[in-house]
Design a protein around this ligand. Structure first.
Ligand code: PLP
Length: 426
Protein backbone atom coordinates (compact mmCIF):
# COMPACT_ATOMS: atom_id res chain seq x y z
CA UNK A 1 0.00 0.00 0.00
CA UNK A 2 1.28 3.44 -1.03
CA UNK A 3 0.45 5.44 2.07
CA UNK A 4 0.80 2.72 4.72
CA UNK A 5 2.37 4.70 7.53
CA UNK A 6 0.23 7.78 6.84
CA UNK A 7 -2.88 5.60 7.24
CA UNK A 8 -1.67 4.29 10.60
CA UNK A 9 -0.69 7.76 11.79
CA UNK A 10 -4.02 9.21 10.70
CA UNK A 11 -5.92 6.53 12.60
CA UNK A 12 -3.94 7.39 15.72
CA UNK A 13 -4.30 11.15 15.22
CA UNK A 14 -8.06 10.74 14.79
CA UNK A 15 -8.33 9.53 18.37
CA UNK A 16 -6.73 12.62 19.90
CA UNK A 17 -7.20 15.50 17.43
CA UNK A 18 -10.66 16.47 16.09
CA UNK A 19 -10.84 14.91 12.63
CA UNK A 20 -7.18 13.93 12.96
CA UNK A 21 -5.85 17.31 11.80
CA UNK A 22 -5.22 20.77 13.19
CA UNK A 23 -6.66 22.60 10.18
CA UNK A 24 -9.60 21.11 8.24
CA UNK A 25 -8.43 21.23 4.61
CA UNK A 26 -5.46 19.00 5.49
CA UNK A 27 -7.88 16.12 6.05
CA UNK A 28 -8.36 15.39 2.31
CA UNK A 29 -12.15 15.43 2.83
CA UNK A 30 -12.76 17.07 -0.53
CA UNK A 31 -10.59 14.70 -2.57
CA UNK A 32 -11.11 11.64 -0.38
CA UNK A 33 -8.49 9.23 0.90
CA UNK A 34 -5.99 9.44 3.70
CA UNK A 35 -4.06 12.66 4.33
CA UNK A 36 -0.35 12.20 3.81
CA UNK A 37 1.81 12.70 6.86
CA UNK A 38 5.03 14.55 6.08
CA UNK A 39 8.34 14.31 7.90
CA UNK A 40 10.83 16.42 5.88
CA UNK A 41 10.65 19.40 3.58
CA UNK A 42 13.56 20.71 1.54
CA UNK A 43 13.54 22.97 -1.50
CA UNK A 44 10.80 21.93 -3.93
CA UNK A 45 10.20 18.59 -2.19
CA UNK A 46 8.26 17.07 0.67
CA UNK A 47 9.05 13.61 2.03
CA UNK A 48 6.27 11.59 3.63
CA UNK A 49 6.37 9.06 6.46
CA UNK A 50 6.54 6.24 3.88
CA UNK A 51 9.70 7.85 2.43
CA UNK A 52 8.01 8.95 -0.78
CA UNK A 53 9.02 12.33 -2.26
CA UNK A 54 6.61 14.89 -3.68
CA UNK A 55 7.06 18.05 -5.72
CA UNK A 56 5.16 20.55 -3.62
CA UNK A 57 2.62 22.92 -5.19
CA UNK A 58 1.07 23.90 -1.86
CA UNK A 59 4.18 25.19 -0.14
CA UNK A 60 2.56 25.27 3.26
CA UNK A 61 -0.41 27.10 1.65
CA UNK A 62 1.79 29.92 0.47
CA UNK A 63 4.52 30.81 2.97
CA UNK A 64 7.32 28.71 1.42
CA UNK A 65 7.81 30.98 -1.59
CA UNK A 66 11.57 30.21 -1.54
CA UNK A 67 10.87 26.49 -1.27
CA UNK A 68 11.24 24.67 2.01
CA UNK A 69 13.91 25.09 4.68
CA UNK A 70 15.97 27.61 2.74
CA UNK A 71 19.55 27.30 4.07
CA UNK A 72 19.97 31.03 4.75
CA UNK A 73 16.65 31.28 6.60
CA UNK A 74 17.58 28.19 8.60
CA UNK A 75 20.93 29.72 9.55
CA UNK A 76 19.32 33.02 10.58
CA UNK A 77 16.82 31.10 12.70
CA UNK A 78 19.53 29.08 14.44
CA UNK A 79 21.43 32.25 15.35
CA UNK A 80 18.27 33.91 16.62
CA UNK A 81 17.25 30.86 18.66
CA UNK A 82 20.55 31.06 20.54
CA UNK A 83 19.51 34.49 21.79
CA UNK A 84 16.10 33.49 23.16
CA UNK A 85 12.73 32.27 21.95
CA UNK A 86 10.43 34.99 23.24
CA UNK A 87 10.91 38.06 25.41
CA UNK A 88 7.44 39.58 25.83
CA UNK A 89 9.23 42.90 25.55
CA UNK A 90 10.07 45.05 22.51
CA UNK A 91 13.07 44.15 20.36
CA UNK A 92 15.09 46.05 17.78
CA UNK A 93 14.31 43.27 15.31
CA UNK A 94 10.58 44.18 15.33
CA UNK A 95 11.38 47.73 14.25
CA UNK A 96 13.83 46.41 11.67
CA UNK A 97 11.22 44.27 9.90
CA UNK A 98 8.50 46.96 10.26
CA UNK A 99 10.82 49.57 8.72
CA UNK A 100 11.85 47.20 5.95
CA UNK A 101 8.22 46.57 5.00
CA UNK A 102 7.07 50.18 5.31
CA UNK A 103 9.96 51.34 3.12
CA UNK A 104 9.31 48.75 0.43
CA UNK A 105 5.52 48.51 0.26
CA UNK A 106 3.41 51.29 -1.23
CA UNK A 107 0.92 53.28 0.82
CA UNK A 108 1.78 51.91 4.25
CA UNK A 109 3.14 54.03 7.15
CA UNK A 110 2.85 51.62 10.09
CA UNK A 111 2.46 47.89 10.52
CA UNK A 112 1.30 45.81 13.51
CA UNK A 113 2.49 42.20 13.79
CA UNK A 114 0.18 39.40 14.91
CA UNK A 115 0.47 35.59 14.74
CA UNK A 116 -1.90 34.58 11.91
CA UNK A 117 -3.80 35.86 8.90
CA UNK A 118 -7.04 35.41 10.82
CA UNK A 119 -5.88 37.74 13.55
CA UNK A 120 -4.70 40.26 10.97
CA UNK A 121 -8.09 40.40 9.20
CA UNK A 122 -10.10 40.34 12.41
CA UNK A 123 -8.04 43.22 13.83
CA UNK A 124 -8.18 45.24 10.60
CA UNK A 125 -11.98 45.04 10.69
CA UNK A 126 -12.10 46.18 14.32
CA UNK A 127 -9.81 49.08 13.46
CA UNK A 128 -11.96 50.02 10.46
CA UNK A 129 -15.08 49.94 12.63
CA UNK A 130 -13.42 52.03 15.34
CA UNK A 131 -12.08 54.55 12.84
CA UNK A 132 -15.32 55.00 10.87
CA UNK A 133 -17.66 54.51 13.84
CA UNK A 134 -19.76 52.19 11.67
CA UNK A 135 -20.61 48.51 12.19
CA UNK A 136 -21.28 46.71 8.90
CA UNK A 137 -18.73 45.25 6.52
CA UNK A 138 -18.94 43.88 2.99
CA UNK A 139 -17.22 40.65 2.04
CA UNK A 140 -17.44 38.62 -1.16
CA UNK A 141 -18.82 35.11 -1.67
CA UNK A 142 -15.98 32.62 -1.84
CA UNK A 143 -13.42 34.93 -0.23
CA UNK A 144 -11.83 33.69 2.99
CA UNK A 145 -10.39 36.03 5.58
CA UNK A 146 -9.69 33.55 8.35
CA UNK A 147 -11.96 31.84 10.82
CA UNK A 148 -13.09 34.82 12.86
CA UNK A 149 -16.91 34.89 13.28
CA UNK A 150 -17.74 37.78 10.96
CA UNK A 151 -15.95 36.10 8.05
CA UNK A 152 -17.52 32.63 8.19
CA UNK A 153 -20.21 33.54 5.75
CA UNK A 154 -19.82 32.05 2.25
CA UNK A 155 -16.14 31.71 3.00
CA UNK A 156 -14.64 29.65 0.18
CA UNK A 157 -12.20 26.73 0.25
CA UNK A 158 -12.31 25.00 3.66
CA UNK A 159 -15.98 25.84 4.06
CA UNK A 160 -16.82 25.10 0.42
CA UNK A 161 -15.03 21.81 0.76
CA UNK A 162 -17.44 20.86 3.51
CA UNK A 163 -20.48 22.34 1.81
CA UNK A 164 -21.40 24.39 4.88
CA UNK A 165 -21.74 28.06 3.98
CA UNK A 166 -22.03 29.15 7.61
CA UNK A 167 -20.57 27.62 10.72
CA UNK A 168 -22.70 26.74 13.75
CA UNK A 169 -21.51 28.93 16.58
CA UNK A 170 -21.60 32.14 14.58
CA UNK A 171 -24.44 34.20 16.02
CA UNK A 172 -27.18 35.85 13.97
CA UNK A 173 -26.12 39.11 15.58
CA UNK A 174 -22.64 38.81 14.10
CA UNK A 175 -23.85 37.54 10.73
CA UNK A 176 -26.20 40.48 10.23
CA UNK A 177 -23.26 42.89 10.17
CA UNK A 178 -21.54 41.03 7.34
CA UNK A 179 -23.06 41.96 3.98
CA UNK A 180 -22.35 39.68 1.05
CA UNK A 181 -21.74 40.42 -2.60
CA UNK A 182 -20.68 38.32 -5.56
CA UNK A 183 -17.00 38.67 -6.52
CA UNK A 184 -16.60 40.85 -9.63
CA UNK A 185 -20.16 42.18 -9.30
CA UNK A 186 -19.89 45.91 -8.71
CA UNK A 187 -23.66 46.54 -9.07
CA UNK A 188 -24.28 44.42 -5.96
CA UNK A 189 -21.78 46.49 -4.00
CA UNK A 190 -23.42 49.75 -5.13
CA UNK A 191 -26.78 48.32 -4.07
CA UNK A 192 -25.50 47.40 -0.59
CA UNK A 193 -24.22 50.93 -0.03
CA UNK A 194 -27.53 52.36 -1.25
CA UNK A 195 -29.49 50.16 1.16
CA UNK A 196 -27.18 50.74 4.15
CA UNK A 197 -26.34 54.45 4.05
CA UNK A 198 -23.49 55.51 6.36
CA UNK A 199 -23.45 52.10 8.02
CA UNK A 200 -20.69 50.33 6.12
CA UNK A 201 -17.27 50.61 7.76
CA UNK A 202 -15.26 48.69 5.17
CA UNK A 203 -15.10 46.41 2.18
CA UNK A 204 -12.70 43.52 2.68
CA UNK A 205 -11.55 41.75 -0.45
CA UNK A 206 -8.91 39.33 -1.67
CA UNK A 207 -7.50 41.41 -4.54
CA UNK A 208 -6.74 38.16 -6.32
CA UNK A 209 -9.09 35.64 -4.76
CA UNK A 210 -7.36 32.41 -3.82
CA UNK A 211 -9.89 30.64 -1.67
CA UNK A 212 -12.35 29.52 -4.33
CA UNK A 213 -9.48 28.57 -6.58
CA UNK A 214 -7.60 31.44 -8.17
CA UNK A 215 -10.10 34.08 -9.37
CA UNK A 216 -8.99 37.32 -10.98
CA UNK A 217 -10.66 40.72 -10.57
CA UNK A 218 -12.33 41.77 -13.82
CA UNK A 219 -13.60 44.97 -15.43
CA UNK A 220 -11.92 47.46 -13.10
CA UNK A 221 -13.48 45.65 -10.13
CA UNK A 222 -10.87 46.81 -7.60
CA UNK A 223 -10.71 50.35 -9.01
CA UNK A 224 -14.48 50.55 -8.66
CA UNK A 225 -14.33 49.30 -5.07
CA UNK A 226 -11.80 52.07 -4.39
CA UNK A 227 -14.14 54.67 -5.91
CA UNK A 228 -17.21 53.42 -4.02
CA UNK A 229 -15.34 53.45 -0.69
CA UNK A 230 -14.17 57.02 -1.33
CA UNK A 231 -17.66 58.15 -2.27
CA UNK A 232 -19.16 56.60 0.87
CA UNK A 233 -16.54 57.24 3.54
CA UNK A 234 -15.78 53.51 3.94
CA UNK A 235 -12.34 51.89 4.11
CA UNK A 236 -11.02 49.49 1.49
CA UNK A 237 -9.19 46.55 3.07
CA UNK A 238 -7.05 44.38 0.84
CA UNK A 239 -6.60 40.95 2.34
CA UNK A 240 -3.10 40.27 1.03
CA UNK A 241 -2.51 37.22 3.21
CA UNK A 242 -1.95 35.23 0.00
CA UNK A 243 -0.89 37.97 -2.42
CA UNK A 244 1.40 40.00 -0.14
CA UNK A 245 5.09 39.61 -1.12
CA UNK A 246 3.94 36.99 -3.66
CA UNK A 247 2.47 38.89 -6.61
CA UNK A 248 5.10 41.56 -6.14
CA UNK A 249 7.02 42.73 -3.09
CA UNK A 250 4.29 45.34 -2.59
CA UNK A 251 1.62 42.69 -3.20
CA UNK A 252 -1.54 43.42 -5.16
CA UNK A 253 -1.37 47.14 -4.35
CA UNK A 254 1.84 47.28 -6.38
CA UNK A 255 1.03 44.62 -8.98
CA UNK A 256 -2.45 45.95 -9.78
CA UNK A 257 -1.91 49.62 -9.01
CA UNK A 258 -4.84 50.08 -6.62
CA UNK A 259 -4.40 51.58 -3.17
CA UNK A 260 -6.09 50.12 -0.11
CA UNK A 261 -6.66 51.90 3.22
CA UNK A 262 -5.67 48.85 5.24
CA UNK A 263 -3.73 45.79 4.11
CA UNK A 264 -3.52 42.45 5.87
CA UNK A 265 -0.62 40.04 5.55
CA UNK A 266 0.22 36.46 6.49
CA UNK A 267 1.96 33.47 4.92
CA UNK A 268 5.13 34.77 3.11
CA UNK A 269 5.66 37.51 5.72
CA UNK A 270 6.58 34.86 8.29
CA UNK A 271 8.80 32.71 6.06
CA UNK A 272 7.06 29.57 7.40
CA UNK A 273 6.67 30.64 11.02
CA UNK A 274 3.32 31.84 12.40
CA UNK A 275 3.03 35.52 11.48
CA UNK A 276 0.30 37.85 10.31
CA UNK A 277 0.24 41.63 10.11
CA UNK A 278 -1.93 44.56 9.21
CA UNK A 279 -0.79 47.90 7.95
CA UNK A 280 -2.02 51.27 6.77
CA UNK A 281 -1.58 55.02 6.82
CA UNK A 282 -0.72 56.89 10.05
CA UNK A 283 -4.14 58.53 10.36
CA UNK A 284 -5.77 55.10 10.65
CA UNK A 285 -3.05 53.08 12.42
CA UNK A 286 -2.76 55.75 15.14
CA UNK A 287 -6.19 54.61 16.36
CA UNK A 288 -4.67 51.34 17.57
CA UNK A 289 -3.83 50.68 21.20
CA UNK A 290 -1.76 51.67 23.08
CA UNK A 291 -1.69 54.96 21.14
CA UNK A 292 -5.38 54.89 20.25
CA UNK A 293 -8.51 53.37 21.70
CA UNK A 294 -9.05 50.38 19.37
CA UNK A 295 -7.72 47.44 21.39
CA UNK A 296 -5.50 44.76 19.90
CA UNK A 297 -2.79 42.61 21.51
CA UNK A 298 -0.89 39.30 21.41
CA UNK A 299 1.42 37.42 23.80
CA UNK A 300 3.61 36.12 20.98
CA UNK A 301 3.13 39.02 18.53
CA UNK A 302 6.47 40.02 17.04
CA UNK A 303 8.06 36.80 18.30
CA UNK A 304 11.81 37.00 17.59
CA UNK A 305 12.08 33.65 15.80
CA UNK A 306 9.10 34.45 13.59
CA UNK A 307 10.41 37.97 12.87
CA UNK A 308 13.84 36.62 11.97
CA UNK A 309 12.45 34.00 9.56
CA UNK A 310 10.16 36.61 8.01
CA UNK A 311 12.80 39.31 7.65
CA UNK A 312 15.36 36.93 6.15
CA UNK A 313 12.79 35.60 3.67
CA UNK A 314 11.78 39.10 2.61
CA UNK A 315 15.42 40.16 2.25
CA UNK A 316 16.25 37.14 0.07
CA UNK A 317 13.30 37.97 -2.19
CA UNK A 318 14.19 41.65 -2.40
CA UNK A 319 17.88 41.05 -3.07
CA UNK A 320 17.11 39.13 -6.28
CA UNK A 321 16.03 41.74 -8.83
CA UNK A 322 14.55 39.04 -11.07
CA UNK A 323 12.82 37.06 -8.32
CA UNK A 324 9.23 37.68 -9.41
CA UNK A 325 10.09 37.53 -13.12
CA UNK A 326 11.51 34.02 -12.68
CA UNK A 327 8.68 32.86 -10.43
CA UNK A 328 6.06 34.13 -12.86
CA UNK A 329 7.88 32.49 -15.77
CA UNK A 330 7.85 29.10 -14.01
CA UNK A 331 4.12 29.44 -13.38
CA UNK A 332 3.44 30.64 -16.91
CA UNK A 333 5.26 27.56 -18.28
CA UNK A 334 3.20 25.26 -16.07
CA UNK A 335 -0.03 27.01 -17.10
CA UNK A 336 0.82 26.85 -20.82
CA UNK A 337 2.16 23.27 -20.92
CA UNK A 338 -0.55 21.78 -18.67
CA UNK A 339 -3.17 23.57 -20.78
CA UNK A 340 -1.63 22.05 -23.92
CA UNK A 341 -1.70 18.53 -22.45
CA UNK A 342 -5.32 18.86 -21.32
CA UNK A 343 -6.32 20.21 -24.74
CA UNK A 344 -4.61 17.26 -26.45
CA UNK A 345 -6.65 14.96 -24.25
CA UNK A 346 -9.82 16.87 -25.15
CA UNK A 347 -10.50 17.86 -21.52
CA UNK A 348 -12.51 21.07 -21.30
CA UNK A 349 -10.92 23.29 -18.70
CA UNK A 350 -10.03 26.79 -17.66
CA UNK A 351 -6.74 27.77 -16.01
CA UNK A 352 -6.70 31.02 -14.02
CA UNK A 353 -3.31 32.44 -13.12
CA UNK A 354 -1.80 35.59 -11.70
CA UNK A 355 1.89 35.68 -10.85
CA UNK A 356 2.73 32.49 -8.99
CA UNK A 357 -0.86 31.59 -8.09
CA UNK A 358 -2.91 29.36 -10.37
CA UNK A 359 -5.85 26.90 -10.46
CA UNK A 360 -7.44 24.57 -12.99
CA UNK A 361 -11.24 24.36 -13.30
CA UNK A 362 -12.80 21.56 -15.33
CA UNK A 363 -15.83 21.64 -17.61
CA UNK A 364 -16.28 25.42 -17.47
CA UNK A 365 -15.21 28.17 -19.85
CA UNK A 366 -15.26 30.92 -17.24
CA UNK A 367 -14.34 31.02 -13.56
CA UNK A 368 -14.86 34.57 -12.31
CA UNK A 369 -16.93 34.06 -9.16
CA UNK A 370 -17.92 31.46 -6.56
CA UNK A 371 -21.01 30.38 -8.47
CA UNK A 372 -19.04 29.54 -11.60
CA UNK A 373 -16.47 27.65 -9.55
CA UNK A 374 -19.28 25.63 -7.96
CA UNK A 375 -20.40 24.68 -11.45
CA UNK A 376 -16.98 23.30 -12.37
CA UNK A 377 -16.31 19.56 -12.33
CA UNK A 378 -14.75 19.08 -8.89
CA UNK A 379 -14.97 15.28 -9.33
CA UNK A 380 -12.59 15.47 -12.26
CA UNK A 381 -10.17 17.58 -10.22
CA UNK A 382 -10.29 14.95 -7.46
CA UNK A 383 -9.48 12.24 -9.99
CA UNK A 384 -6.53 14.25 -11.31
CA UNK A 385 -5.34 14.98 -7.77
CA UNK A 386 -5.02 11.30 -6.84
CA UNK A 387 -3.45 10.21 -10.12
CA UNK A 388 -0.69 12.83 -10.01
CA UNK A 389 -0.20 12.34 -6.27
CA UNK A 390 0.68 8.70 -6.93
CA UNK A 391 3.37 10.01 -9.26
CA UNK A 392 4.79 12.34 -6.63
CA UNK A 393 3.01 15.61 -7.46
CA UNK A 394 1.43 17.25 -4.41
CA UNK A 395 -1.39 19.57 -5.51
CA UNK A 396 -3.71 21.28 -3.02
CA UNK A 397 -6.24 18.64 -1.90
CA UNK A 398 -9.31 20.56 -3.07
CA UNK A 399 -10.56 21.99 -6.35
CA UNK A 400 -11.35 25.17 -4.41
CA UNK A 401 -7.71 25.95 -3.64
CA UNK A 402 -4.92 27.83 -5.34
CA UNK A 403 -1.55 26.33 -6.22
CA UNK A 404 1.40 28.26 -4.83
CA UNK A 405 4.57 28.04 -6.90
CA UNK A 406 7.95 28.38 -5.16
CA UNK A 407 11.24 29.59 -6.57
CA UNK A 408 12.68 26.13 -5.80
CA UNK A 409 10.71 24.63 -8.69
CA UNK A 410 12.99 24.34 -11.71
CA UNK A 411 13.05 22.60 -15.08
CA UNK A 412 13.46 19.11 -13.56
CA UNK A 413 10.36 19.56 -11.41
CA UNK A 414 8.36 21.05 -14.29
CA UNK A 415 9.29 18.10 -16.54
CA UNK A 416 8.27 15.56 -13.88
CA UNK A 417 5.00 17.41 -13.32
CA UNK A 418 4.15 17.50 -17.02
CA UNK A 419 4.99 13.80 -17.32
CA UNK A 420 2.46 13.05 -14.57
CA UNK A 421 -0.18 15.14 -16.35
CA UNK A 422 0.51 13.31 -19.63
CA UNK A 423 -0.28 10.01 -17.86
CA UNK A 424 -3.58 11.34 -16.49
CA UNK A 425 -6.49 9.12 -17.52
CA UNK A 426 -9.99 10.40 -17.08
N1 PLP B 1 -6.92 35.59 4.41
C1 PLP B 1 -6.63 34.85 3.34
C2 PLP B 1 -6.77 35.43 1.97
C3 PLP B 1 -6.23 33.52 3.50
O1 PLP B 1 -5.97 32.78 2.43
C4 PLP B 1 -6.10 33.00 4.82
C5 PLP B 1 -5.68 31.60 5.01
O2 PLP B 1 -5.55 30.82 4.13
C6 PLP B 1 -6.40 33.82 5.89
C7 PLP B 1 -6.80 35.11 5.66
C8 PLP B 1 -6.26 33.30 7.29
O3 PLP B 1 -4.93 33.12 7.59
P1 PLP B 1 -4.48 32.08 8.77
O4 PLP B 1 -4.80 30.73 8.26
O5 PLP B 1 -3.02 32.35 8.93
O6 PLP B 1 -5.25 32.45 9.97
Amino acid sequence: MLYQRSSTLFEEAYKYIPGGVNSPVRAFKSVGGVPIFMKYAKGAYLTDEDDRNYIDYINSWGPAILGHTHPEVLEALKLQAEKGFSFGAPTELETEIAKYIVENVPNVDQIRMVSSGTEACMSAIRLARGYTEREKIIKFEGCYHGHSDSFLIQAGSGMATFGSPNSPGVTQGTAKDTLLAEYNNIEQVEELFKNNPEQIAAIIVEPIAGNMGCILPENQFLQNLRRICDENGALLIFDEVMTGFRLAFGGAQEALGVKADLVTYGKVIGGGLPVGAFAGRNEIMNWLSPRGRVYQAGTLSGNPLAMRAGLKTLQLIKEDADFYKKLDKTTETLDFEIGKILNEKGIRHRINRKGSMMSIFFDVTSASNFNEVNNSNIGLFNNLFHQVLEQGIYLPPSGYETWFISSAIGDTEIDKTLEAFRKFQY
